[in-house]
Design a binder for this molecule. Structure first.
Ligand code: MN
Length: 481
């Protein structure tokens, strides 16, 4: 891999933020001076790592303080620089960000597991203080995964599993699809090299075979949109080999996967999205049941786009994703797509969006409030936030994100305490269901209010979420007293 240089970083930053170069140069010089003489396992000077992390952050259009914290993220842990030094040389914000990143790897405990649990908790809850900490940590992990070849086999597997269990789901929750895709393939490569290589080759062959047809389709659609005075940019979108691998557990052949070939159409305005959709469907026959409107109903990680799979040229199925350029920015960078860099309030604006729009954030806060023990906390977050989720509709069409295996009671408590407390029965897709009913993706749940008969009907072990469990337990206890 090419060594990152300061010049490359600066050129990247200049693409969106000309005016902070001086300050960033100061941070670079400071980090460079203090890491002087340190070498990475790859033989490169240590500073190449913070530089690469800052570069990843610059690709996400990070604000000044985040970039500086990226450059300085290892100085407190690996050199004799203190947080006070950073506060004095730079500012309190940068010191706090570096502190947040450092804290995750610096505590001493009796057992390794205990330490890891405490670190993981710190990592996960840091998002409630300042989401930029987790974003720096994601960039740090991405670069460490890119350079994992220099580590021992054991370390490779250990880091890959941790990335799979924690960092990839996090990237997914904040909607950072480009980071997610890259991490998925790195993890897959280190955990199952043979399968990764074989499948990558098969996918490449398939895409090569279809190349003429997809190119022709891009040409046709570009012309068609142009003729209707719609400004557009059409690109092929690549999926991670890992996500294709997961799809193959469900479908047998590559050819059966409906979105192996994928085009994205980016336009200026929302109304252009729907107009373009019409044009796509006029030109190419849509596959039934494969249309999704994530514009009116964004995913819980704020992803927005229209999806439709059509029969393209030569019979190839092609998934077409239509979105505005703004939506595309958020689909690429996730939460950081909201960074309001030039107005200098990137951090607070993003934190506000996180709070208002991203559902996992509230879940994480709830769990943090309810669970004291670190080991239990990590376990619960892995199960309820980072594991497979299902998406359930309220009767007014809101989407509620729940862990796999949730019951209607979990749903009610997730919406709000009052709903959980007052619910006595539930209709799912129009039918009354028992309280231990396991919800399935996309079902609609109606809550019926009334006095609950706790003892007879609720088995606490069948409830999936900690929040519902905790409050049902409380109710049961009051009943007994
Ligand atoms: Mn690092």
């Amino acid at each position: 891999m090419e060594t990152m240089t300061f010049e490359k970083l600066i050129n990247k930053v200049k693409e969106y933020n000309e005016c902070e170069i001086e300050y960033i140069t100061k941070a670079y010089n400071f980090a460079s001076k203090h890491h002087e003489g340190q070498v990475r396992k790859s033989g490169e000077p240590y500073i190449s790592h913070p530089l690469a992390v800052a570069y990843i952050l610059a690709s996400m259009k990070a604000d000044r303080d985040t970039l500086c914290a990226g450059l300085l993220h290892d100085v407190v842990e690996d050199t004799d620089v203190t947080l006070d030094d950073l506060r004095f040389e730079f500012n309190d914000n940068i010191a706090k960000l570096v502190d947040g990143v450092t804290k995750m790897s610096k505590i001493n405990f009796n057992s390794k597991q205990e330490m890891e649990d405490a670190n993981t908790r710190k990592l996960l809850t840091s998002i409630t203080k300042d989401a930029r900490i987790i974003i720096i940590k994601l960039a740090d992990r991405l670069h460490n995964m890119r350079t994992l070849e220099f580590k021992s086999k054991n370390k490779q597997i250990e880091n890959s599993i941790e990335t799979l269990e924690i960092f990839i789901p996090l990237a997914n929750h904040i909607g950072a699809y480009n980071i997610k895709r890259e991490l998925e393939d790195l993890v897959f490569y280190y955990l199952n090299q043979e399968t990764y290589k074989r499948l990558k080759e098969e996918v490449n062959d398939f895409q090569k075979k279809a190349e003429n047809s997809t190119d022709e389709m891009i040409y046709t659609l570009t012309k068609e949109l142009y003729n209707h005075e719609i400004n557009s940019r059409i690109e092929k979108e690549m999926r991670s080999i890992y996500s294709i691998y997961k799809d193959l557990q469900e479908f047998n052949k590559l050819e059966d996967i409906h979105n192996l070939l994928s085009l994205k159409i980016c336009v200026d305005e929302i109304k252009d999205c729907y107009y373009s959709l019409g044009l796509v469907h006029f030109k190419y026959i849509p596959l039934a049941n494969r249309f999704k409107d994530y514009i009116c109903q964004p995913k819980t990680n704020m992803y927005q786009s229209l999806h439709t799979t059509v029969f393209g040229n030569d019979g190839y199925l092609v998934q077409t994703k239509i979105r505005t350029n703004d939506m595309d920015r958020i689909a690429t960078y996730g939460l950081t797509g909201y960074w309001d860099v030039l107005k200098g309030k990137a951090g607070s604006e993003m934190q506000k969006d996180l709070n208002n729009k991203f559902q996992f954030y509230k879940t994480l806060q709830d769990i943090n409030d309810l669970v004291e023990n670190n080991e239990e906390f990590v376990e619960v977050v892995k199960n309820e936030v980072l594991n497979k989720n299902i998406y359930i509709y309220t009767t007014t069409g809101l989407i509620i994100e729940l862990p796999y295996g949730s019951t209607p009671l979990d749903f009610a408590y997730k919406i709000g305490l009052e709903y959980g407390k007052n619910a006595c029965a539930f209709m799912v897709d129009g039918e009354l269901v028992p309280l231990n009913y396991k919800l399935k993706n996309n079902q609609i749940v109606k809550i019926i209010e009334g006095p609950k008969k706790i003892d007879e009907t609720i088995d606490i072990n069948q409830i999936a979420t900690t929040k519902a469990k905790t409050y049902v337990k409380k109710l049961t206890n009051t009943n007994e007293n």
